[in-house]
Design a binder for this molecule. Structure first.
Ligand code: KG4
Ligand code: ZN
Length: 474
C-alpha cells in the first residue's frame, strides 16, 4: 500500500454514549435538515432559533425524497460524449497535481493528489460538533462554517503537500453538486477564484462520481507500482452515504446508470436518526457512534424486521426500520437501559445490512439476466436497447460513501461478494466519508481523459442525478 495513503488511514472518532437523560433532551429538540438535504434546493439559510419548528429549520421531506433519477437531469458530464478541455489541460506527459475542494454538506475538505495516485497533502474541518445540538445539518450554520474554514483548509492541504500556494498545482477541481446549494457555492466560488487567479485548468466535480472513483485510487494505491489497473470499469457500485443510497452501474468515467435507489431515507441518514433516537453523542458523527454502541448489544434480544423482505426489487427503504426503532424505544421504561438500547442498535444494524444484502443479490441476479438476454439477442439488437443491452460483465462491487466506513457493512458485503465470485473494493474507512482526496482524484480521472470545464459561469447543482435510472424488473 502506498505509504502516503497508509499514513492517512487512522480514523479517530471516539464517541461516548449518553444516558436516558440525553435521550429526553434529544426528543425535545427542534428538528433540522437531514443530510439528505444535499439532494434538494435550499430554502433555510439562517441558524434556527431555539424552539423553531422542523419546517422552518430544515428542508421539507417532500423535497428530500426526490434524489434518484429525477431532478434537473443529464447525469455527470460524459467524458466520452464531450472530451472537451474547456479550460485547458495540464501537461499529461508527466505526473500532474490537482487541488480538490469539497464543501457540499458539512465537511470542509481539501487535498492535493498527484495523477499517479499519490496523496500529497490534505486537510479537513468537520462540522459534526456544530450541528450535533440541532439533530441534523443546519444549512446556514454549515455555510458559515465552510466560509470560515475553506481558506485555512486549502492552505493546510497545500502546505502538507509542500506547496506554498495554488499557483504550484497543475489543476483545480471542486464539488459543484449535488449538495446543499449555499454550501456548494462556498467551495465552488473559492475554487473558481483560485483557478482564475492562477490560470489553472478547472474541473467541476460530481460528488457521487467522486465517491465511486475514490475506490479506483484506493485500489491503485494498494497495488504494486507499475501493475495493471486494479479496478477497471465496468463495476457495480453501492453508494451508501448520508444523502444517497443507490446501486450504480459504473461503465466508465461519466457513464453511469442507476439500478436501485431509496424510496425514502438514505442509509446514513437512518443511522444518524437512530443514533439520536438512542440518545447517543453524535458530536463525532451519528453513524460511527451507532456502530460503536451496537458492538455492546445483542441483536437477538430485540430483533427487527428486514425492510421490504417480500418485495423483489432493487429499491431500498429505511424509514420503516427507523420508525420501528422509535416505537421500541417508546415502549422502553424511561427510554430503556443502556443494555436495552445497545440491543436495539445492534438489531437496527443487522436488519439494515440484511436489507442491503438482499437488494444486492437481486441486483446481481438482474445483471446476470440482462447479460444472458444480451448474449441470446441477434447481433445488432443489443446495441439498440440503451437499458438492458448496456449491462456489461462486472469486474467488482465497489462500496462507497460514508456508511462504507462501517466494519460490519464491509465484512458482510465482502462475504456476499465472495459467494458471487466478485471482488469487493471499498476505500479505507476515512476516505469513505467526504474528503478532498476523492474530489481531486475525480478531477484527475477527467483530466486524464482530456476533459476540463470552464471556471467562469460554473453553476452549482443542488440536485444532479449521476445517470439515468434503468427500470429493473425481476
Ligand atoms: O459520504 P458522507 O461523508 O456524506 C454524504 O455524502 O452524505 O456520508 C456521511 C454519512 C453520515 O450519515 C454518517 O452517519 C455515515 O455516513 N457514516 C456511517 C459511519 N461513518 C459515517 N454510518 C455507519 N457506520 C459508520 N461507521
Ligand atoms: Zn458524500
Amino acid at each position: 500500500m502506498n505509504g502516503a495513503l497508509l499514513a492517512l488511514l487512522h480514523h479517530g472518532s471516539v464517541l461516548a454514549c449518553a444516558g436516558p437523560s440525553a435521550l429526553a433532551r434529544v426528543a425535545g429538540r427542534p428538528g433540522v435538515a437531514s443530510r439528505a438535504a444535499r439532494g434538494a434546493a435550499l430554502r433555510a439559510n439562517a441558524a434556527p432559533p431555539v424552539g423553531a419548528s422542523r419546517e422552518h429549520v430544515g428542508l421539507p421531506k417532500s423535497v428530500l425524497r426526490r434524489g434518484g433519477g429525477g431532478g434537473d437531469g443529464g447525469g455527470a458530464p460524459s467524458v466520452a460524449a464531450t472530451g472537451v478541455a474547456l479550460s485547458g489541460l495540464p501537461d499529461r506527459s508527466r505526473p500532474f497535481t490537482v487541488l480538490g475542494i469539497e464543501t457540499s454538506c458539512d465537511d470542509t475538505a481539501a487535498a492535493v493528489v498527484r495523477s499517479d495516485g499519490a496523496i500529497l497533502g490534505e486537510s479537513i474541518a468537520k462540522q459534526d460538533a456544530i450541528h450535533a445540538q440541532w439533530g441534523g445539518v443546519v444549512p446556514g450554520l454549515a455555510r458559515d462554517a465552510h466560509a470560515a474554514a475553506v481558506g485555512r483548509v486549502v492552505g493546510e492541504a497545500l502546505a502538507a503537500a509542500g506547496l506554498s500556494s495554488a499557483a504550484d498545482v497543475d489543476a483545480i477541481g471542486v464539488t459543484v453538486g449535488p449538495g446543499l446549494e449555499i454550501c456548494l457555492r462556498v467551495g465552488s466560488a473559492h475554487a473558481i477564484e483560485l483557478a482564475q487567479r492562477h490560470g489553472k485548468p478547472f474541473v467541476a466535480v460530481h460528488h457521487l462520481e467522486a465517491h465511486c472513483l475514490m475506490a479506483r485510487l484506493a485500489a491503485r494505491a494498494a497495488a504494486p507500482p507499475g501493475s495493471a489497473e486494479q479496478l477497471p470499469f465496468p463495476f457495480l457500485s453501492l453508494l451508501v452515504s448520508g444523502g444517497h443510497c443507490q446501486l450504480l452501474l459504473c461503465r466508465g468515467v461519466g457513464d453511469y446508470a442507476i439500478i436501485g435507489s431509496t424510496l425514502d431515507d438514505a442509509l446514513g441518514e437512518a443511522y444518524d436518526k437512530v443514533a439520536r433516537l438512542l440518545g447517543l453523542d453524535v458530536g463525532g458523527g451519528g453513524g460511527a457512534a451507532l456502530e460503536a454502541f451496537a458492538r455492546r448489544g445483542n441483536a437477538a434480544n430485540a430483533p427487527l424486521p428486514v425492510p421490504m423482505a417480500r418485495r423483489k426489487d432493487t429499491s431500498f427503504s429505511f424509514a420503516g426500520l427507523k420508525t420501528a426503532v422509535r416505537t421500541r424505544v417508546g415502549k422502553l421504561d424511561g427510554g430503556g437501559s443502556e443494555a436495552e438500547r445497545a440491543d436495539l442498535a445492534a438489531a437496527f444494524q443487522l436488519a439494515a445490512i440484511a436489507h442491503l444484502e438482499q437488494r444486492l443479490r437481486y441486483a446481481l441476479r438482474w445483471c446476470a439476466e440482462q447479460r444472458s438476454a444480451q448474449a441470446d439477442a441477434p447481433i445488432g439488437d443489443a446495441a439498440d436497447n440503451d437499458g438492458a443491452a448496456r449491462v456489461p460483465p462486472l469486474s467488482a462491487l465497489v462500496v462507497s460513501g460514508g456508511v462504507a466506513a462501517n466494519a460490519l457493512v464491509r465484512a458482510r458485503l465482502g462475504a456476499l461478494c465472495e459467494e458471487h465470485g466478485l471482488a469487493m473494493h471499498t476505500p479505507p474507512p476515512r476516505l469513505c466519508t467526504d474528503n478532498g482526496v476523492m474530489v481531486a482524484w475525480a478531477a484527475i480521472e477527467r483530466l486524464a481523459l482530456g476533459h476540463s470545464d470552464q471556471a467562469e459561469g460554473t453553476e452549482v447543482r443542488a440536485r444532479w442525478p449521476l445517470g439515468a435510472a434503468l427500470e429493473v424488473t425481476l
